[in-house]
Design a protein around this ligand. Structure first.
Ligand SMILES: [Zn+2]
Length: 81
């Protein structure tokens, strides 16, 4: 049983390596695509989903939403006069 598992793992490893070799450039290009998250962070597309579940992102979004919900600053109204 153990040996079988190991064999599967070995085969899988080879398959993954082959896949990586075949798609090396595509994978690298996808990794280098930068996107901006609504929270203001710039990330690779690859890590965006993981980032959006992170506490950093959630905290930033919560802070931003709280700031938007607050009444417009009095300074802006005062500047018009
Ligand atoms: Zn974010």
């Amino acid at each position: 049983m153990k040996a079988k598992k190991k064999a599967y793992r070995e085969a899988n490893k080879e398959q993954q390596a082959a896949y990586y070799e075949a798609n090396k450039e595509k994978l690298a290009a996808a990794r280098n695509v930068r996107v901006q998250c609504p929270c203001g962070c710039w990330l690779s597309k690859h890590s965006l989903l993981r980032h959006q579940r992170s506490q950093t992102h959630i905290d930033t979004m919560t802070t931003m939403e709280a700031a938007t919900l607050q009444a417009p600053p009095a300074e802006a109204a005062a500047a018009e006069h």
